[in-house]
Design a protein around this ligand. Structure first.
Ligand code: HEC
Length: 137
């Protein structure tokens, strides 16, 4: 119990001193909800892609990515791009180019893994630079 308390206190004080250094992105509730939902879809797609490549089904990766891209096309709130800061938009465009490459059917497992690794660097770069502010009610 004592250890648990110390732990809680330590994490509370860490939170207090950990100043936010990333840049804020302000979205309305719809846009905010959509961005996070899309992020979860992307991570799930990457997990499925890895499973396909590991199972020797690299040629099925493109169809899986197509499902993601269709989801994005069908659900993306109109005008959301204009809400994005310039750097955020640039990184998301760079990421989209990788998704487009992965949507092109390929049997080349090493190539698919390399493209997704480069794409993950873009995911990580953006997460290091931006955060979403809580949406206004
Ligand atoms: C253009 C910027 C950008 C790119 C590119 C990006 N993300 Fe994100 N992502 C964000 C932001 C901003 C958040 C919210 C983080 C925060 O507010 O602290 C987020 C959150 C997430 C979350 C958490 C979702 C939740 O339920 O809270 C996941 C998972 C995620 N991203 C996955 C990815 C993956 C996988 C990629 C690449 C394929 C990616 N992201 C690319 C900006 C980006």
């Amino acid at each position: 119990m004592k250890r648990l308390l110390t732990c809680l206190l330590l994490s509370a004080s860490f939170t207090a001193v950990h100043a936010e250094e990333r840049s804020p992105v302000n979205l309305n509730q719809d846009q905010h909800g959509w961005v996070l939902e899309y992020m979860r879809h992307m991570l799930e797609t990457i997990a499925d892609m890895q499973g396909l490549v590991a199972a020797g089904k690299t040629s099925e990766v493109a169809a899986r990515v197509q499902v993601l891209n269709e989801y994005a096309g069908a659900t993306k709130p109109k005008g959301i791009g204009q809400q994005f800061p310039q750097g955020f938009r640039a990184m998301s465009q760079q990421m989209n180019r990788y998704w487009q490459q992965l949507e092109t059917p390929s049997d080349d497992a090493a190539q698919v893994l390399q493209t997704s690794q480069q794409m993950l660097n873009t995911c990580n770069a953006c997460h290091r630079v931006y955060y979403l502010t809580p949406p206004a009610e």
